[in-house]
Ligand binder design. Structure first.
Ligand SMILES: *Cc1c(COP(=O)(O)O)cnc(C)c1O
Length: 402
């Protein structure tokens, strides 16, 4: 037997796919300290600039003062405290559902919810670009998995037709805003289709909540479809500026999850101070202050788009991917931008398909106009260099099939 861990790492390295951690030496923000240097941060999902805000720092501290640091046990043992329950009531009201349940992360929401509801007699129909948490949850539960090409309604309808006659339950799973492309689900059409066939829909609003819709209530609310989406998932880790995840649904679904969702039952409750801070974040998101931040975010997006870089035409969100293709080339560009003071990560396989490596640029309400202009100017040069591929070192030419 040979484990050959070093070989595996070397193979990743050779393919341009080895990942390494970086350490920030400052709080989140539009300017962060990375390895001792200040760089402008265009990589975070902190879309409203709340993660290091005075409001949430104060709320977190107040939560610790009132409730202590740890929660001591799982929710079903003795770890559930008032702020957990208050947060869930507020989330249910926000999403327009009877009830909601919070988990320690968005990932844990998917891993707990799907296997609690779906099993071997069931079919799960996923958009091809669904997040890893949704894919893993679907695989775990033993249901038959079918996948439709991204937003392909014709294929989705065919899958619904073949699935709905024989399965016990059929669940369609999609995201409101796709995390690596920034485009939106064809939600109105998907809702129509799943209703016509009697399936349920699980909508992951990780990148929609806080950003889209009235009071930041997400894409379903923006389209007036909240009452027609059975399972509304989201995270407290992105626009909310904290960490954790939620699912909003009917009272019966939530009660079943409390009984069956393993990533809810067999884990310690999140710190009560975190739930308290999330409640404050939710209030901010719904308040005029939230509107002010969304207006600023949209103004930033508009001013970036007005630069005419033409790279993000399908994005309907704060996520603006610049598709490069080749993994090594994307890494090279990202490293060069970092040298010049811009933190924009390259996203590669397996997070996105092979050969569709990209720079994943995100904007926040906290960015200032001059930061966006400086970035646009730099990107314009970078894309010009890309077009003139002779300017690139040979090793980075788009030919290695990576
Ligand atoms: C980030 C993300 C998650 C996971 O949420 P966490 O709270 O970070 O665990 C789930 N789904 C999508 C689409 C995401 O982008």
């Amino acid at each position: 037997m040979s484990w050959a861990i070093a070989n595996e790492l070397a193979e990743l390295e050779a393919a341009g796919l080895r990942r390494r951690l970086r350490v920030l030496g400052s709080p989140q923000g539009t300017v962060v300290n990375l390895d001792g240097r200040e760089v402008v941060n265009f990589s975070s999902n902190d879309y409203l600039g709340l993660a290091a805000s005075a409001e949430l720092r104060a709320a977190f501290a107040e939560g610790v003062r009132r409730y202590g640091a740890g929660s001591g046990a799982s929710r079903l043992v003795c770890g559930g405290m008032a702020p957990h329950h208050e947060l869930e009531e507020a989330l249910a009201a926000f999403k327009g559902t009877q009830a909601a349940l919070t988990f320690s992360s968005g990932f844990a929401v998917a891993l707990g919810t799907i296997p609690a509801l779906m099993g071997t007699q069931d079919v799960i129909i996923l958009d091809k670009l669904c997040h890893a948490s949704l894919v893993d949850a679907a695989r775990m539960c033993g249901a038959t998995i079918r996948v439709f090409p991204h937003n392909h309604l014709g294929k989705l309808e065919k899958l619904l037709m073949v699935s709905c006659s024989s399965a016990r339950r059929v669940l369609v799973v999609t995201e409101s805003i796709f995390s690596m492309d920034g485009d939106a689900a064809a939600l109105a059409e998907i809702v129509e289709l799943k209703e016509r066939h009697g399936a349920w829909l699980m909508l992951d609003e990780a990148h929609g909540v806080g950003v889209l819709g009235p009071q930041g209530r997400g894409l379903a609310a923006a389209l007036g479809l909240e009452q027609r989406v059975e399972l509304q998932m989201g995270t407290l880790s992105k626009a909310f500026g904290l960490s954790g995840g939620y699912i909003a649904a009917s009272r019966n679904v939530i009660d079943l999850l409390i009984n069956k969702a393993r990533s809810f039952i067999y884990t310690t409750a999140p710190p009560p101070a975190l739930a308290h801070a999330a409640g404050v974040s939710l209030k901010l998101i719904q308040a005029p202050e939230g509107d002010r931040r969304r207006v600023k975010l949209n103004a930033n997006l508009q001013s970036f788009r007005a630069q005419g870089l033409g790279t993000q035409h399908t994005s309907q969100s704060a996520i603006l991917p610049i598709i490069i293709g080749n993994e090594t080339l994307a890494m090279h560009l990202s490293a060069r931008l970092l040298d010049e003071g811009f933190l924009i990560p390259a996203i590669r396989y397996p997070t996105v398909a092979r050969g569709s490596a990209r720079l994943r640029l995100t904007l926040s309400a906290a960015h200032e106009a001059f930061q966006i202009e400086a970035l646009a100017m730099r990107l314009r040069c970078a894309t010009a260099e890309l077009a003139d591929s002779e300017a690139l070192p040979e090793a980075f030419e788009v030919s290695e099939g990576g």
